[in-house]
Ligand binder design. Structure first.
Ligand SMILES: Nc1ncnc2c1ncn2[C@@H]1O[C@H](COP(=O)(O)OP(=O)(O)OP(=O)(O)O)[C@@H](O)[C@H]1O
Ligand code: SF4
Ligand SMILES: [Mg+2]
Length: 328
């Protein structure tokens, strides 16, 4: 799947394309969590929005429960909307400030079901309890709730129709550290209770490890590594993933002695990404071929996909022990 945004410097200038998502291919199994990780601007949010058809892809195919979601009729699209949900980073701006919690949660029920008012109220209260709130929060406006409570309401709204798939776009990043773990654990509880499937977007590998069964690392609109969480952490194959692991901050004086993979420079411009491997200007392992030929995402070992010309030759075993021992 690709998603390019058209960009024009002036009315008469030729359009250029921001290659936000530039040919990614993956699948997510029912009841599992795929963590999508990468730096700012790597295309994570664009990917999440496109999968839910909140923005249209430039090309590619998106299958949901075996159905091509680009070719749904009106009823099918309604079914798709009902079967999917999204939670954004900033709960306050994702909740209508003029609506009370009750109205916020009632809306999807009114749009997608013909339940009477009594049934709707029962579902709302039950869902509120499931996310750790209660009837006492029903008549409050978003500004009368804490950040953590607001995010609980946003989660309640996303799951109230018992969707199959929920995209969670940095759902804990704007919250207090003390609340982050509570929200992550809530998401895990809800997942096992309702067999939810998550696509969990984050720039934080440790958060991804806590919640994900699989991790997909993105760089400049491309997938560079994709495997089970365990494999990504213990048998890292891509130099970019390694650099992300090595930059995880650890509040420990021993940190000073930790070997790090330093990558310098900024992520590339999505308007004009580098030829060859997009990571080559920053990669400490780059060779001549990396400047010329783009590496394909290949199955390096079972369920472990890597896009690097040197994947079978580079061995990070010793380095990884040193890098990950601090948070193993
Ligand atoms: N509507 C849009 N119009 C034009 N460009 C866009 C649009 N949305 C995103 N982009 C560009 O696409 C690229 C990917 O953006 P995206 O928001 O998907 O990244 P991200 O990985 O979610 O970043 P962050 O971690 O900062 O949220 C960026 O260069 C961004 O500027
Ligand atoms: S293909 Fe080359 S530049 Fe890209 S990650 Fe691998 S070694 Fe580094
Ligand atoms: Mg984003």
């Amino acid at each position: 799947m690709k998603k390019y945004f058209e960009f024009k410097k002036g009315i008469f200038s030729k359009p250029q394309y921001i290659r936000a998502v530039d040919g990614v291919s993956f699948s997510v199994n029912k009841g599992t969590t795929l963590g999508v990780v990468g730096e700012s601007g790597s295309g994570k949010t664009t990917l999440g929005l496109t999968i839910l058809r909140l923005i249209e892809p430039t090309s590619g195919i998106i299958l949901f429960n075996g159905r091509d979601i680009m070719h749904l009729n009106r009823d099918e699209l309604k079914w798709f909307r009902r079967s999917t949900g999204i939670v954004f980073q900033d709960p306050y701006s994702s909740l209508n400030p003029r609506m009370r919690v009750k109205e916020i949660l009632e809306r999807p029920l009114k749009i997608h079901t013909d339940y009477d008012e009594k049934t709707r109220s029962e579902i709302i209260v039950k869902t509120l309890e499931e996310v750790g709130l209660s009837e006492e929060h029903l008549m409050r406006y978003p500004h009368e709730l804490s950040g953590g409570q607001q995010q609980r309401v946003a989660i309640a709204r996303a799951i109230i129709l018992k969707p199959l798939l929920v995209v969670l776009d940095e759902p804990t990043s704007s919250l207090d550290v003390s609340v982050q773990a509570q929200i992550l654990n809530l998401l895990l509880d809800l997942q096992s209770k309702h067999e939810l499937t998550y696509i969990f977007i984050t720039h934080d590998l440790l958060t991804a490890r806590h919640i994900s069964d699989y991790i997909m690392v993105m760089y400049a609109g491309k997938v560079v590594e994709y495997s089970t969480t365990r494999e990504v952490f213990t048998n890292t194959k891509h130099p970019y993933t390694l650099s992300l692991l090595s930059s995880i901050p650890i509040p420990d004086p021993k940190l000073k002695s930790r070997r790090r993979i330093e990558i310098t420079g900024e992520p590339p411009s999505p308007l004009n990404p580098p030829k060859g491997c997009r990571f080559h200007p920053r990669c400490p392992y780059a060779i001549e071929m990396c400047k010329l030929k783009e590496p394909e995402l290949l199955e390096y070992s079972k369920e472990h996909f890597v896009a690097c010309h040197r994947a079978s030759e580079l061995d990070f075993t010793e380095l990884l022990k040193d890098i990950t021992s601090f948070f193993a």
